[in-house]
Design a protein around this ligand. Structure first.
Ligand SMILES: N[C@@H](CCC(=O)N[C@@H](CS)C(=O)NCC(=O)O)C(=O)O
Length: 373
């Protein structure tokens, strides 16, 4: 699948990535992506991208008929999306895919994980190769418009950072004057680096790589003085360097990187399903409903919102095109947000990241679900 996709769209990927990076002319006629049932967008004269059919209800119907969800994920970022020692996909973004499968099928295993690189991911979504992208992807205006996506609520608030060898003597971005910085192509990272260094008047040479493995291998070999990506990515990739303790993340945040799932334009039902799956995870934590106690809660809950959310009253699930126990299934089978977070990024993991902004609003963070009513 990935092979035929590459043959079909390699020029288009380049055009889209270059456009996303702001180094090429704008992609033509983005409106055609959003308003037409099935279209072929001539992103370059030689390499059309087939855009998947869109329209209300199309995606859920296709997923149900196929019998599983195809989720575009990372395979190189521990804690977010990677393949663990047992050969299973794991990470917070991967668990979100499982939660969505649980919401749709009542079965978190009905999901196929499709690894996509930073450069491939938007074309994979537009072409219909994947039903949803859940891969440490930053919400931005260009991605929300020209690249044909809608971002579901942010699931991890992040910011870009810079990592250097501990003994390098580099303590600030200014110390990188005249140096080389390893960075991955097709990312917001590359753009922010240029913006921030220009505003500081720091001259540097970017060393650009296609994926995280190549970027961090070059850094580990000393081919650059520093490496930059989302701070989550730095924590994650530092954990798999041969000598994690010998690398420090500078005390500087270069950007806002709100990371979350992305769907195609055009299917509001699918957007709502993806969105309320996120809210089920947040609300589960807010109401103290866990995978361990959800059955007790279902047997004894009296709070009206909890009863509606777990499908004991009303028909909220049916309004999404799902069953009324969709949120119960998410929490029972995958856990609430806190459980998912701690499993992948909690204090007992090698990729520990303090919750910070990724706490509930009731704990001073930014996670806030609208009401289940
Ligand atoms: N959040 C940024 C960066 C995301 C990104 O792709 N980060 C890299 C560096 S950690 C990555 O995940 N690479 C993994 C890969 O290429 O498979 C974006 O959406 O552009």
């Amino acid at each position: 699948m990935r092979k035929s996709y590459s043959i079909l769209a390699i020029g288009a990927i380049l055009a889209i990535v270059l456009t996303a990076c702001g180094t090429a002319a704008p992609a033509p006629a983005p409106e055609t992506v959003t308003k037409v049932e099935t279209v072929v967008v001539e992103v370059t004269s030689s390499a059309p991208v087939v855009v998947a059919p869109t329209g209300y209800g199309v995606t859920l119907k296709a997923v149900m008929e196929r019998g599983n969800l195809i989720c575009g994920v990372n395979s190189q970022v521990p804690g977010f999306g990677y393949v663990d020692a047992n050969g299973n996909f794991a990470g917070i973004d991967v668990d979100y895919c499982r939660a969505l499968a649980a919401a749709i099928f009542g079965d978190p295993t009905k999901v196929e994980f499709r690894p996509v690189t930073a450069a491939e991911r938007f074309t994979a979504l537009q072409s219909g190769e994947i039903d949803i992208l859940s891969r440490n992807t930053t919400w931005s205006l260009v991605r929300d418009t020209e690249l044909g996506g809608n971002f579901v609520h942010t699931t991890f608030y992040d910011g870009q950072g810079m990592m250097v060898p501990k003994d390098s003597g580099i303590a600030t971005l200014q110390d990188l004057e005249g140096g080389t910085v390893c960075v991955q192509t097709g990312t917001t990272t590359e753009l922010n680096l240029a913006d921030v260094m220009a505003s500081l008047g720091v001259t540097y040479t970017p060393a650009v790589f296609e994926d995280a493995d190549a970027t961090f291998a070059a850094y580990a070999e000393g081919r650059c003085d520093a490496v930059t990506t989302d701070k989550s990515g730095l924590v994650s990739r530092r954990s798999v360097l041969p000598d994690p303790a010998n690398h420090v993340i500078l005390d500087v945040t270069m950007s806002k990187e709100p990371l979350g799932p992305m769907v195609r334009h055009g299917d509001d039902q699918w957007f709502d399903i993806a969105q309320w799956t996120v809210f089920a995870l947040f609300s589960g934590e807010e109401f103290g409903i866990t995978s361990a106690n959800v059955d007790d809660m279902r047997a004894s809950a009296t709070a009206p919102e909890v009863r509606r959310m777990l499908g004991l009253e009303g028909d909220l699930g049916l309004k999404l095109g799902l069953t009324n126990d969709f949120a119960y299934n998410v929490i029972k089978m995958v856990g609430n947000y806190e459980e998912v977070y701690n499993r992948n990024l909690g204090p007992d993991t090698p990729t520990y990241i303090p919750r910070g902004y990724n706490s509930l609003y009731t704990d001073g963070g930014l996670l806030y679900s609208p009401p289940f009513r």
